[in-house]
Design a protein around this ligand. Sequence first.
Ligand code: GTP
Ligand code: MG
Length: 449
Amino acid sequence: MKKDTIAAISTALGQGAISIVRMSGDDVFSIIKKIYKTKDLSAVPSHTIHYGKITDGSTTIDEVLISVFRSPKTFTTEDMIEINCHGGPFVANKILSLLLTHGARLAENGEFTERAFMHGRIDLTQAESVMDIIEARSDNALHLANKGLDGKIYELITSLRDTLLNIIANIEVNIDYPEYDDVETLTDTILKPRIESLLSDISAILHQANVGKVIKEGVKTAIIGRPNVGKSSLLNALLKEDKAIVTEIQGTTRDTVEGEINIGGLILKLIDTAGIRDSEDLIEKIGIDKAKQLIEEAELILYVINNNEPLQDEDQKLLALTEHKKRIVIINKIDLQGKLNQRFENSVQLSALKKTNIEALENKIEDMFLKGDINIDQNTYLSNARHIALMRQVKQHLEDAKQSAIDSQPVDIIEIDLKTAWELLGEIIGISEQHTLIDELFSKFCLGK
Ligand SMILES: Nc1nc2c(ncn2[C@@H]2O[C@H](COP(=O)(O)OP(=O)(O)OP(=O)(O)O)[C@@H](O)[C@H]2O)c(=O)[nH]1
Ligand SMILES: [Mg+2]
């Protein structure tokens, strides 16, 4: 199968020390020959680097280092070269356009990784891990992504598929050569217990996926409360910078203000909101609506109240509104006299202004989400939303199969759900995928990856 040759700039477009222009495909050597005359790269050994000049006719374009990778031991498994040029967007673009002029095609987003997948060098979960590595914002997230790239998710899914295939094989064999006198024996002694055991493994995997997702994506955290209780001050204290405007005027924050912190490897995506009250001001009103909407979207609510006044009716309403969420009640302004007339579960007393007890809040959040039992080395955590959604479907089909077994349904009815579950597991690693989904997935990558 002849594959056309693709090229792209693989580094971020901006000024830097070096840019890398990458090319992959059957015609790599004949194309580079037209603009690199220093030596014949088609004759050099694989995995070597070569100094020289890129030229356009008689004009020198740049002094470069070219890495040569020969098929099949390359990222895409095709012949590849990487041109390390000077890090200006103009020069990198110039070199790219020369490659295109001489026969390469501009790569689509993620097309290099897609080729690695299409040629079977990596499975779909490993390809997705490449993107997770690029997007990682904490040590834990990076560690998780590297395990995915190592093929740990592939191994986990493959072993679940093997177990499932074994159960299906029992049914198939029994249909062809009935070993059991009645189907009930097969259902009760083989199918039910094995499906149950597989279900319990999958439940555990899904449970751990909550942790995986939090590690990968962070926790969307909304700071909510009435005006002037110190929400913006809390944001600033957590971020350790004066990001949001703080004044003694009620309704200071109108639009949301966002920032990110890393607590012990957990990324918190903090959103400071407009204080919620009845307001006639149009802009403030929009901000308040946004805050209310954020209550629904957030995974954690920091509900701030003022220690220096009795609890207000509006607070009662907002506390009721946030009750169903993961929530910490922040009793702020403890440097002032305590006038609160109520106690709260899961609360932290602090002073955002004086920055006292901020660490206690951080520890509480870390405990809530990471609980100390995380072991990325030992366990395999699913963290990708696509994997988790498919795994939930797998679980549902196994539950249906189990129910059919309990109801003493014919084995071929049970088998339908088992086969669907097996196919869904295959979808996670990219077997039996439709092409459109693959395209969609790789288009999320950056150019040149
Ligand atoms: N004494 C004391 N004052 C505080 C504390 N935290 C905030 N304040 C003060 O309370 C006032 C309001 O603080 P902000 O952080 O702007 O309050 P907010 O909840 O964001 O207010 P809105 O944006 O209007 O909803 C400011 O004058 C702060 O300096 C604290 O812990 N102790
Ligand atoms: Mg504010």
